[in-house]
Design a protein around this ligand. Sequence first.
Ligand code: ZN
Length: 871
Amino acid sequence: MRRSKLTYFLLILLLNLTQIKTAFADGGIPTPEEFVGFKIGADKKLFGWETVVNYFGVLHDKSDRVTVQNLGESTLGNPFIMAFISSPMNLMNLAKYRNLQKQAANPHHLTDEDMRELARQNKVFVMITLNIHSTEIASSQESIELAYKLATDNSPQIKRILDNVIILLIPSMNPDGMNLVVNWYKKHVDTPHEGSRLPYLYHHYAGHDNNRDWFMMNLIETRLVSKEMYQNWFPQIIYDQHQMRAQGARLFLPPYTDPVNPNIHPLVHAQMNKFGKHIASDLQARNFRGIVTDAFYTAWWQGTSVMTPWWHNMLGILSEVASAQIATPLYFPKGSLEGRDPGLSEYKQQMNFIDPWPGGWWRLRDIINYEMAVTLSLLDLAAQEKESIIYNFCKMNKDAIEKGRSETPFAFIIPRQQHDSITALQMLIVLKQGGVEIHQANEDFFVGNQRFQKGDFVILLSQSFRPYVKDLLEPQKYPDLRKTAGSPPIRPYDLAGLTLPLMMGVKTVQVDESFETDLTELTSIPFPQPKLEQEKANYLVSHKTNRSFNLVNRLLKDGKKVYWLKNAIDIDEHHWEPGTIYIPAKEMKTEKMQRLVEELSLEIKQTGKSLQGQVVYRLKPVKLGLYRPWTANMDEGWTRFILEKFEFPLKPIYNTKMKNGALKRNFDAIILPAMEPEKIIHGLTRTKPDIYSPQLPKDYQHGIGHEGVENLKDFVRKGGTLIVLDSACDLVIEQFGLPVENVLKNVKHTDFFCPGSLLEIIVDNTEPIAYGMPKKAAALFAKSPAFRPFYWTKRTAVLAYYPDDNPLLSGWMLGDEKIRGLAAALDIPMGKGRVVLLGFRAQNRGQTHGTFKLLLNAIHLSRAKEEVLKK
Ligand SMILES: [Zn+2]
């Protein structure tokens, strides 16, 4: 399907180019309006991604100021393009400027005078990223108008921009989503559903969370763009366009608001503040009203495309313009506009909001006008201040290199010996994609009296992207911004703690004293190349490596016998823990297994000894269902992402099937993603009818209803496994009458608050659902439950619980005593089946590798049968 889609686009591109050549035989470039057949931004008019690709194809062909590059394919197989826009001379010399950019990004050998000279010779690189959030549709439409202006305008301003700036323009950061939104809108225009929200995710896996992926880089789109940012072009400025809610200020620009992340170079913020204020002043002079600065968006956390570059000493400038209803205009009568915290608690004139917009009509075209004006003002300032921007980038990189030599920490060491060594290598890949330099030790060495081994990985802090390394690898201390201890907590914008080694379960040692050893810088991360030596021997695989799930699922798919050993055993002087994966020799020829483990880089052991008499769980392929609501649930998408990564076959379960389907006949295990119980039952259907917001078509309204809840109960009673994630736990606790209480259910925020932090859990890894887990792990807690199980006549297994002292490892938490010693994950028997409650983000955004196993094991256990191994 992917390939045919790409072919389709290329074909369309060629066809259109031929048509255009005929239509504009004079060699002129068609205006966007001529090209699409209507005024860009006209009410109720939108074009899709094909049009964008085709128009950029025309510019590539006809303009010597534009070169378009296809960076790859999006998740659903659309072409993902980036345009270089600059003067013809600059475009001819791209290779030279790329070389200068590489030096600017790594100026360890440059003197101050060298850096000033480099700034004089070089051009400033500005990456402009549009439409990452697909419902924020205006920028996708603006993309061709902006490119057209830059390609054709001969004013002194545009000439100055083109002479001094090399623009990397990405017309949509999520082409798949642009098409989904445009098609949905067009389908419902002039019906009661015009402008209604999309009932499914606008990124196949992530929805709106596609802009929370920028340090973990799970998504193809994130990786494509990060490569341009951190490996290829090192833009000094990234400008990202968004839209915010409709009823407030018209435009947000930096400065951002508190708290400030202490790892960011102050010169990053100083320059971004200058840009924001400069653009605001420029726009005010042209009568653009309703601009707010110093508000809403904090300067703390990593995860978005425009903010993650701050930790790379790049300026990331965000604009947010008030939305219309997709392409349908909205009218704001006097009194309908609202302020918003933080920064603009009331909609009235104040120093960071000098000229409130008075209201009236607000259309798609208005949004595009604001976005165009901001872009041109930003580019103009970048052109004017070219030398200082380039010099400052060099200087910040140089400062980071020097700080890494003079200030602790000096390094982070990632030992090769790990609980899950492949996940540790994956963490290194993630860092490398973010432009981090990684070394490997060529010999054993000591730091103080701690010994490290040859082959251990060393990340020196003396490198340009030191802020990024430090921020991702150290625990976060989120500042409490309250004036007094009794006031309500001020909510972080997103995660308060995102320490990578904790999330991924990777042992990482911070080094605060100087040390010497022989190191080699790595160009790629070396994965093990396992070799199987014995013929006709049984296979044993550790359950500790997440990647073992890929092996198990491939074997099950081929109808092979796979077992988990229930008890620890010692074989051939090797200790194997409960949950060890056992595959009898006769299931798989050595040669075939060799190919599999090579592909997976999975180290497995062989033994000639018999395992007769061992108690085991025999695994079977699981019929797995994942609830897919019409609320565009991101946790559903990420769960699907993880399950596909580990090769679990799965089917979506929609509301109708939840209500009436024969669930037990069709499924062994069902997963409810994290979502509010109310939404599971009722969907996003409004309780009161109104005429002012568009309803979804009937098929997409409602939730699983009370019939669905009863059907799920029946599924479990008959032997099914229901796996419930995080916020969905309350639904089953209450509706099923489970012997457990969520003690945080009605607790006030002043008594307990933990919005997105990493907490320690103690794991009972003798329980099958916790097989392969270490005894202690980090759980991502984000407004999660905490369980007090009740005693009864059946055995409730506590899979993981919070320690008796403060469990906070990274982030922020108030009232930790409320959850000390309480359960975090439970396995509760019910009828012939079981309910598994995972009371935290076990697979959050595909990032929390350290707790994936709890989810993945629970799936396998749903069909595993206990037996004793015969001969
Ligand atoms: Zn957005």
